[in-house]
Design a protein around this ligand. Structure first.
Ligand SMILES: [Ca+2]
Ligand SMILES: [Ca+2]
Length: 221
């Protein structure tokens, strides 16, 4: 049996050892917080994981760090590539515009997207609702009749308007419905369409606004 006098001594030694460890941990934290090399090593360890996250987040429809655009798909050729880089589209600056392809068949809704960077385009068109800014044009030919809805996503201050004859402002389809939002207005247009007929959608801006927007088009038969 051990003498009782050693127990307090053992406890003191244990407490002292714990204290030393605590101080060591605290100073170690301080070192990690202020010295560059341990952080750099940690960052290097994390880098591959972050790159994986960035690539997996492309095509989720949400603009993440490192993405110039994200139209929610992994397709090339629609203005936003499979790696979320902008693709300038030939013909998007003026009539008849860049083709917007709709997918879907039978009674299911058709859907298509087109991403434009209007900062790289000229100001050519305007509408009854305004649109004095740089603009781009998309041409769409639904294979079914129904209700077409076009919405611009990701571009604050955007305005979308539509015509049945691209260069004729009198063929503009009615819109200008009241908006309840103060930050994003006039970003939707909706109208009835006829199968096989062509429609022209204009991605424009209010008060000189320009930017990257994704034109999201659905046709419900
Ligand atoms: Ca994304
Ligand atoms: Ca795409």
């Amino acid at each position: 049996m051990k003498p009782l006098v050693f127990r307090p001594l053992a406890m003191k030694l244990s407490l002292a050892l714990a204290g030393v460890l605590l101080v060591a941990c605290a100073s170690s934290d301080r070192v990690l917080g202020f010295e560059s090399s341990p952080d750099a090593a940690l960052a290097a360890d994390d880098a591959p994981a972050r790159a994986d996250q960035a690539s997996s987040a492309c095509a989720d429809g949400k603009l993440d760090p490192g993405e110039a655009c994200d139209d929610g798909n992994a397709d090339d050729g629609d203005g936003c590539s499979s790696t979320c880089r902008l693709e300038p589209l030939a013909g998007a600056d003026t009539c008849p515009g860049a083709s917007l392809t709709l997918r879907g068949a039978g009674s299911e809704p058709r859907r298509g997207v087109l991403t434009l960077d209007t900062r790289a385009l000229r100001s050519t068109y305007t509408s009854a609702c305004g649109g004095d800014a740089r603009d781009g044009v998309a041409r769409v030919v639904p294979d079914t009749g129904g209700l077409l809805t076009a919405r611009i996503k990701g571009f604050v201050g955007s305005l979308v308007h539509a015509r049945t004859v691209c260069a004729d402002p009198t063929s503009e389809l009615p819109k200008c419905r009241p908006s309840t939002s103060t930050s994003v207005v006039h970003d939707v247009v909706s109208f009835a369409v006829t199968a096989g007929k062509e429609y022209f959608l204009f991605m424009d801006g209010l008060d000189g606004a320009s930017g990257v927007g994704t034109l999201d088009v659905t046709v419900v038969p």
